[in-house]
Design a protein around this ligand. Sequence first.
Ligand SMILES: Nc1ncnc2c1ncn2[C@@H]1O[C@H](COP(=O)(O)OP(=O)(O)O)[C@@H](O)[C@H]1O
Ligand SMILES: [Mg+2]
Length: 351
Amino acid sequence: MPSPNEILAELKKVRYPGFTRDVVSFGVIKDIEVAYSGVTVSLTAISAKQEVIDKIVADVKATVAAMPGVPSVNVTVEAPPQAAARAPSATAQRRAIPGVKHIVAVASGKGGVGKSTVAVNLALAMRALGWRVGLMDADVYGPSVAMMVGVDKAVSLTPERRMIPLERFGIRYISMALFINDETAVIWRGPMVTKLETEFLFNVEWGELDCLVLDLPPGTGDAQLTITQRVELAGGVIVTTPQEIALLDVKRGVAMFDEVHVPVLGVVENMSYYLCRKCNHRHDIFSHGGGSRLAESLHVPFLGEIPLLRELREGGDKAQPIVAANPSHPVSEAFKSIATRVIEQLDQPKH
Ligand SMILES: Nc1ncnc2c1ncn2[C@@H]1O[C@H](COP(=O)(O)OP(=O)(O)O)[C@@H](O)[C@H]1O
Ligand SMILES: [Mg+2]
């Protein structure tokens, strides 16, 4: 009969459905008991979806049953899916940041859809609505927020060696990228990045904030999942573009947040249509309305659409984000209405 440790090692080969991470590192395995009559594996159901739980149970069972010397396998699932959000393994490592009321993660299925543009302008729009806002660039390898906001300078430390965020346009801003030079970049590379990054988040002297906006790395894989598991998130915002392929990415984004019981606050469709500067007319380049239809079918709110607009790119390049540089522009108004929809959901009393 194998030992519990040998069984645990074997279970590291079982992948969590839909992710490359294994069920052990995911925190699903609660306990392994080896008795004369057989092996009992207790699982904590961190997924709300029955089909995910069923698949894990079946895979765990088959994996342990295939080990030599195991007469029988019994797999139990501890918490019912509804109570799973409070199950210890799903939340044990999840931490709030003292002084920060809400943390919102901005995610996208892939890079280049305007996630950082939306994160920056959403943060500024929340600020314009009177909230105290922080912005954390969690995209170490494509740290565009520094350039977009124009705060690429040295960060000072408190006597306790906590990092003091930089400030611009009335929002506090930090990025791990500000600490990475060419030499350290080599050390930072690899799966440790997200782990270190989440630790990093807790070492920033944010002060009192109503909302901290996280610009997540693009994608909805394991790296992003790590952050969503470690930080006490109030919700996620998913940025997409209207093309079919990008809309598929939204489904993955929603699935990722669902998996860790983080509510999806909504979908933003960026580069939704072309706003002509000369005639001020709207031209639909891609088939229009995909974002809102998809949001409806996935039962998540549609937060709004942002046009393809040269000022948005130029504003990003020149560290003059549109909401700060031109607050009365229709696109700035659009960002404010997106921010209002986000704030409305965050202000809901917690139950
Ligand atoms: N609505 C838009 N109109 C015009 N340019 C945009 C728009 N959204 C983003 N961009 C530009 O597209 C590029 C990618 O946007 P970015 O926000 O960096 O995407 P991501 O963070 O998803 O990689 C940037 O040059 C940005 O200025
Ligand atoms: Mg980006």
